[in-house]
Design a protein around this ligand. Sequence first.
Ligand code: SME
Length: 182
Amino acid sequence: MNNLVHINNFSEKDIFESLLSQVEKLFDINEPIVSNLSNFTALINQSFDKINWVGFYFRKGDDLYLGPFQGKVACTKIHIGKGVCGKCAETLNTIIVEDVNKFPDHIFCDKNSKSEIVIPIISNERLFGVLDIDSYNYSSFNETDQFYFEKIIAILTHKLKDRKSTRLNSSHTDISRMPSSA
Ligand code: SME
């Protein structure tokens, strides 16, 4: 009982601080990227009640392709520049959308989603992809989420760079190589 009370009293900042070390430990550079990133999405999803969808879109050419995710079925392909993900990929900046109905060009994968944060993943000065996180509540994401999710992505990017195989490293900017590199 005491434990439950303790867990429920965790602030979002506490959860994020705990996530930083969990991500560091969870990612095994000797295992396939897709396995690591799949578990990563599960970790994020199970850490926050406010999240209804979390997943990666990876860049290939002028498009983003769906990667590991948790949540409902989503768009397989998003053109860079389109939707929140595409805009994030184009500008290379994190985008927070408090009300998706007010974002011009927003792409609805789940009609119940109300707010969203999308963080770019940049490796060796090239766009690798984006991390997209959605919520069923309005205004679920703020500067604290941006600060910590950017930090978490920085850990992931660092881990990707640490991978020993040059063949795996070459997949940073070309997702089509990922299955064969795994
Ligand atoms: N809403 C996103 C599309 C991806 S889904 O929400 C999973 C967008 O506008 O880019």
